[in-house]
Design a protein around this ligand. Structure first.
Ligand code: AGP
Length: 614
């Protein structure tokens, strides 16, 4: 979601702040701002729009070696300059950047306003600047005045919600105070210069020695390093880690957009996910990060899969794989719903928290709920060292490589592949013979090449683009494993091209959505050759009977191609792995429709790459 970057030391702050913001921009990009301590005060710049617009306003040679910066994804208040961070206290001596949400903002704001504080923005974050300022000025005899750490700690004790914050004090221009509760922050330790960021990705150009802050911690960072405290008192022993597997900024390469690049990276990404994990000789798989022996697998009573958005659709695929192949009851759940329904957590179940970023607040919340209830939860995550990976402790990295486009593509495929590997491991322990296992392993290993082959010649996607660009609504249908693929296709087309879409399990269409169909309504049916194909074809006919035009994504060589107005064949694989092929035309459709409609493909409106608020 929003991104934070800060630096303190002896080198110029501006280049570090702007460079960090550019690297974090994919997380939130509606406005950006920064503050630098200089000449006894704070110099602040804020702009609506991209980091490049902020950078155009800020003199590159602006003096000052201590500063904080922020790129915003709006939660409270519209996208305006006044609502962009940093937010200042009343006298402009304290600046705050904040990721997260202050839940009791209403009550705090009313109290501050009653005391004469004037608010300049509609944000919840501004409350923090005024609160910190009050304690800093000595409004509470129990809190020492002019003490930055004490003031931040005191303020955080009265707020409720989530935060990752960086605070700059004009009166202490040699330090930054940071605090974390539910929104990640990492301190980077350099030589005479320290750094802070919401994502280690922004730090690797400067240092690999880092301290991850934990929830409930407050850190005082200066040129020489960091001292960390509990918000309620007491010093924390810092654990200095070395970042090893952090991605650099790879850019778009030869591709016009990150999304297209990431779609085309899928064959290699899938190879990375599978290599060293499937064991062809025994027809099984091994996922060392789960640390589960066959005896542990035998005790599993059920599998729960949790994720949001694309990750949730991957979970739906995963749940079906687990049930069909391993015969273990499995259920996919939307992570943002899970903890709010006071779920029953079976201590003998295994939960998998599935997330590309590893920072999705709702998925992290679900992880914590499972842990509170004594359940076992492991991560299926892309970003190494992310909050979900750390909170789970054990898990599977999906190894997609950096996914920077907001629309998730290669991560979906690798989530599905990682869950297929997990399923093989579980199924081999339970239901599959070595011979059957070997067949599945072979088919799975062949998938990356099939993906490569399809992407080299993807079929008549552009005709479909013409159908959907002016459509009032596009209906996506699929059954079984193809239902979540249809849903993923609809999500992709909505988020990248802003075309209204509905996805339904094909059999459900006649229970309502069929009323939407008119002459020429575009319907996209996903029906690979599997045992449900013929049933889906009946639904296809129902659409055609109402004058809709139907595009069919089907297995190459299948005679059903003739039933559709437009046929898009994909290479044949085991029906169980078909989502890895059938999703590809849908990714390309979203990309090319976004392009045709002139959308901002890698940074679609209103979205952010990782959603770190509930
Ligand atoms: C996918 O294209 C979306 N941008 C979004 O639905 C995303 O999948 C969701 O927010 C979950 O993100 P995560 O995988 O990082 O947890």
């Amino acid at each position: 979601m929003c991104g934070i970057v800060a630096t303190v030391g002896h080198s110029p702050a501006i280049p570090v702040l702007l460079d960090g913001l550019r690297r974090l921009e994919y997380r939130g990009y509606d406005s950006a701002g920064l503050a630098v301590a200089r000449d006894g005060g704070l110099t602040v710049y804020r702009r609506v729009g991209r980091v490049r617009e902020l950078a155009a306003q800020v003199p590159e040679d602006l003096s000052g070696s201590v500063g904080i910066a922020h790129t915003r994804w709006a939660t409270h208040g519209e996208v305006t300059e006044a609502n962009a961070h940093p937010h200042l206290d009343g006298v402009g001596r304290i600046a705050v950047v904040h990721n997260g949400i202050i839940e009791n903002m209403g009550a705090l704001k009313a109290r501050l306003q009653a005391d004469g504080v004037v608010f300049r923005s509609e944000t919840d974050s501004e409350v923090l600047a005024h609160l910190i300022s009050r304690y800093f000025e000595g409004s509470d005899p129990a809190v020492p005045a002019d003490d930055p750490v004490a003031a931040v700690r005191a303020a955080l004790r009265v707020v409720r919600g989530t935060w990752g914050i960086a605070v700059l004090f004009a009166d202490h221009p040699d330090l930054i105070v940071a605090a974390r509760n539910g929104s990640p922050l990492v301190v980077g330790l350099g030589d005479g210069q320290s750094y802070l960021a919401s994502d280690p990705h922004a730090l690797v150009a400067y240092t690999r020695r880092v301290v991850f802050l934990d929830d409930g911690e407050v850190a005082c960072i200066d040129a020489n390093g960091v001292q960390t405290f509990h918000v309620d008192g007491g010093v924390v022993d810092n654990n200095v880690e070395t970042l090893e597997d952090v991605w650099g900024d790879e850019g778009r390469g030869a591709y016009p957009h990150l999304m297209l690049k990431e779609i085309h990276e899928q064959p290699e990404a899938l190879d990375r996910c599978l290599s060293g994990r499937v064991v062809p000789e025994n027809g099984t798989a091994k996922l060392g990060g789960l640390d589960l022996e066959p005896r542990d697998l035998a005790r599993l009573t059920r599998v729960g899969l949790l994720g949001c958005g694309t990750a949730y659709f991957a979970c739906q695929v995963g749940a079906q794989l687990v049930e069909q192949l391993a015969r273990v009851p499995a259920k996919a759940e939307i992570a943002s719903e899970f903890r709010h329904r006071n779920p029953v957590v079976d201590p003998d179940a295994l939960f998998l928290a599935v997330s590309q970023s590893g920072e999705t607040a709702d998925t992290l919340g679900a992880v914590r709920e499972i842990q509170v209830k004594g359940g076992t939860v492991m991560g299926v995550v892309n970003v190494v060292g992310s909050s979900i990976a750390r909170a789970c402790g054990r898990g599977v990295y999906i190894h997609s490589g950096p996914e920077m486009a907001v629309a998730s593509t290669k991560a979906f495929s690798n989530m599905v592949a990682a869950m297929a590997v997990f399923t093989l491991m579980l199924a081999r322990q339970r239901t599959l013979s070595a011979h059957e296992g070997r067949q599945y392993v072979e088919e799975l290993r062949a998938v990356p090449d099939l993906v490569r082959r399809y992407l080299a010649d993807p079929g008549p996607i552009d005709t479909l683009v013409k159908w959907v660009t002016d459509a009032r609504m596009v209906l996506f249908l699929g059954r079984g494993l193809s239902a979540p693929v249809a849903a993923e296709g609809a999500l992709k087309l909505m988020e990248v091209a802003y075309v209204p879409c509905i996805a339904y399990p094909a059999g459900e269409m006649k229970h309502g959505p069929i009323a939407l169909l008119e002459r020429q309504s575009p319907v996209i049916v996903v029906a690979p050759r599997d045992e449900l194909r013929d049933k889906t074809l009946s639904n296809l006919q129902e659409c055609k009977a109402r004058g809709a035009r139907v595009a069919l994504i089907h297995t190459e060589g299948d005679e059903i191609a003739d039933l559709a107005d437009l046929s898009i064949p994909v290479p044949a694989t085991s029906p169980l792995f078909s989502p890895l092929l059938t999703v590809l035309p849908l990714q390309l459709l979203a990309y090319r429709t976004g392009l045709a409609l002139g959308r901002d493909i890698d940074r679609p409106r209103n979205l952010a790459k990782s959603v770190t608020v509930e």
